[in-house]
Design a protein around this ligand. Structure first.
Ligand code: TMP
Length: 210
């Protein structure tokens, strides 16, 4: 059996990841691919418990290092229990966030730096990386406008200031620059259908369809 593929969607707040995951799920399913959609932090019952700890706390409850450790503890569970079994069965997995979020938010945003996050990645999950990472790029100003129109309460990260979110955005763009084979950047201000089309083209181009 051919191993499936992991595609991750990344980006700042309100970039439209969930909408795109739904669109890609249906597009890939029509190609006969068995798709699992999932998210981080989360994707297993225990990892969802860690998500609650991280997102429902007051900003500043955990320092950047504790956050990074909790995100990687959740990720290791997610990988072992959800992602790897699906890939081994030949399915494709679409994850709303993965390891690049820890690099962008804790490495660049909270200032832990690349080396520390890379070391933690190796300790927690070895050399595992997604097959394709889509970075939905949006300015922090546009992101704030989108958050303002949403009904839900803001999570601990959404409450952080614009300077933090500017560092996160720069972090994602730097990751894409360093790993152009794995990452694509898509302008999140384009109409939804144009974003989906750009992602689908990258999937065909970089991964091919069965
Ligand atoms: P979201 O599901 O609405 O994107 O919320 C998840 C939040 O958690 C988001 O603000 C980004 C943050 N986060 C990190 O800071 N580090 C991580 O490793 C992950 C996966 C998410």
């Amino acid at each position: 059996m051919t191993r499936g593929r992991l595609i991750t969607l990344e980006g700042g707040e309100g970039a439209g990841k969930s909408t795109q995951i739904r669109a890609l799920d249906s597009a890939l399913s029509t190609h006969g691919i068995a798709v699992t959609t999932t998210r981080e932090p989360g994707g297993t019952p225990h990892a969802e418990t860690i998500r609650g700890l991280l997102l429902n706390s007051e900003p500043g409850t955990f320092d950047g290092m504790t956050q990074a450790l909790l995100h990687y503890a959740a990720r290791r569970e997610h990988l072992r229990q959800t992602i790897l079994p699906a890939l081994e069965e030949g399915g494709w997995v679409l994850s709303d966030r993965f390891s690049d979020s820890t690099m962008a938010y804790q490495g660049y945003g909270a200032g832990l730096g690349r080396d520390l996050i890379e070391a933690l990645h190796t300790i927690a999950i070895g050399t595992f990386k997604p097959d394709l990472t889509v970075i939905l790029d949006l300015s922090s100003e546009r992101s704030q406008v989108r958050l303002d129109t949403r009904a839900e309460d803001r999570n601990a990260y959404e409450l952080l200031d614009q300077a933090f979110h500017d560092r996160v955005r720069a972090g994602f763009l730097d990751i894409a620059r360093r790993e152009p084979d794995r990452c694509i950047v898509v302008d999140a201000t384009l109409p939804e259908a144009a974003v989906t089309a750009a992602i689908f083209e990258a999937i065909e181009d970089k991964l091919g369809l069965p």
